[in-house]
Each structure stands twice: as C-alpha cells, then as structure tokens.
Design a protein around this ligand. Structure first.
Ligand code: DGL
Length: 262
C-alpha cells in the first residue's frame, strides 16, 4: 500500500518529511501541482477541480490513503473529496486550537493564504475554539511565490515579512500559527523578526499522527517493508525524473527538517 500526498507545490514536503520519519517502512507518492500553483489566490471551484485531479491521479497510482498536505486545498475541497473517493483522506488543520489552549493570555496571529482566510472552514473553527476573540488573521500570499522560487533566505522575503508584521505589536502576541504548509520554510525569517517569546505553531505533527492512526486502524501498513523510505514524486501528474528537481526536493526535505526546531 502506498500513501499519497498532494500540495499545490512544495509546501507539502514539510509534512511528507515528518511522515517518512515516523513511518520509514512505507512507500510514498508526492504530487506537487506546480502547473497550477498558487492555489491561495484562485477561485474556490478552480482549486476543487485541481485537488480532484491530484487525488484521482494518486488513487490511480495505487495510493490506499491520501494526505491533502495543503491547508488551502483542505479548506475548500476536503468535504467534496471525502464524498467522491472511497479512501481514507487526511487533511491539514491550522494549529489554532493548540495555540489557544497553550497560550491562554495573549493574542494569537493566524497566517494563511487569502483563500483559506476567506473560507468557512477557518471561521467555523474560530467559532468553536476562540471564545474570547483573541485571534487575528493575516494573509501572506507572497511567501508561496518566494517558496516556489526557492528564495527562502533572500532579503525580499525578510523585507516582506517585516513590512506585514510591522502592523502588529508582537509584544501582545504569544503565538503565530503557520496555516499554510509553504510558510514553514520561512521560520528562520520569522524568527529574525518576532520577539523570542512568540511561538511558531503548525499543524504538521497533528496531521502525521492522524495519518498513522488511519493507517493502523485500516490495517493499511505495507506487507513488505522497503529498506529505505521510498518516495516517488510527480509534478501535476508527470513523474519527476530530472536530477535538478530531485536535488531541489531533497534540499527542501532537509530544510523542512532544520526548520522544525525554530
Ligand atoms: N501550501 C498551501 C497551503 O498549505 C497553499 C499554497 C498556495 O498554493 O497558495 O495552504
């Protein structure tokens, strides 16, 4: 049994990296929809169509469970996808609940793509967990652009973040929720700007825990274990075979790992 992952591009590699570490014996497929990235500034129906194509493709390649490793895709498409496919589908949820529970006093800044911020799913979550109205919402569409271009440490990302965060007195905040899987690559840039007491939180571990639970519950674990983690990458349905892209992905997996401790 293979485990399929999809994202609009490279953001989901942050989730894949943790899944590979947690389940080294499994076989993974990763679908980066790079022909259609970014999702977060597109109309909802268009994004649902892209997610449907990606999930259909992964199911056709033998995925027995699929992780939608993209907050935007999860927020617009997961209900439709769960109805359309008879497979376990695991999505991303921004870490708003853990942030509120862990930090009962100060404010919490939730960052995501413009589409996730517009969507009902996030507002329903806030209605459920943010009883004292302690959250603020901040869309960060340019980070997706910079990530796709591999420009993580360039001055432009730092300048952009400095600029958008200058509107907030971060002394009044105790956590920033990274509600888009592309944003994890920029934790180093956030750290350079925000006060040391502000925690950066994402939903990756929660998603991986949920995936492990689903795999175990459905007895989907691979019968024969490969000796090394096996990942097959696709860009919008085409297998990734060129050395340059494979090298880029492998560098991204290392970066994903190094951002964890920040
Ligand atoms: N990585 C995606 C997310 O988690 C979306 C980025 C985009 O394509 O706009 O929301």
């Amino acid at each position: 049994m293979k485990i399929g992952f999809m994202d609009s591009g490279i953001g989901g590699l942050n989730v894949l990296q943790q899944a590979v570490k947690a389940m080294p014996g499994e076989e993974f497929l990763y679908y980066a929809d790079s022909d259609n990235v970014p999702y977060g500034v597109k109309p909802k129906d268009e994004v649902i169509h892209y997610v449907d194509s990606a999930v259909g493709f992964l199911a056709g390649q033998g995925a027995g469970a699929i992780v939608i490793a993209c907050n935007t895709a999860t927020s617009v498409a997961i209900d439709y996808i769960r109805q359309a496919y008879k497979l376990p589908i695991i999505g991303m949820e921004p870490a708003v609940k853990p942030a509120i529970e862990k930090h009962p006093d100060k404010r919490i800044l939730i960052t995501a793509t413009p589409l996730s911020i517009k969507e009902e799913k996030l507002h329903n979550l806030l209605k459920r967990v943010d009883n004292n109205h302690r959250t603020d919402l901040l869309p960060l569409p340019r980070l997706v652009e910079y990530a796709e271009a591999g420009r993580f440490d360039a001055d432009e990302a730092y300048t952009y973040l400095t600029d958008v965060l200058s509107g907030y007195n971060l002394e009044n905040y105790s956590a920033i929720v990274l509600g888009c899987t592309h944003f994890n690559y920029f934790k180093a840039a956030f750290r350079r700007i925000i006060p040391a007491h502000v925690e950066l939180l994402d939903g990756i571990d929660g998603t991986v825990r949920q995936l492990m639970h689903v795999i175990e519950y459905n007895k989907l674990t691979a019968a024969t274990k490969p000796e090394e983690p096996l990942v097959t990458y696709y860009i919008s349905g085409k297998p990734v075979t060129d050395y340059k892209t494979r090298k880029f992905y492998s560098a991204l997996m290392s970066r994903a790992e190094s951002m964890r401790i920040l």
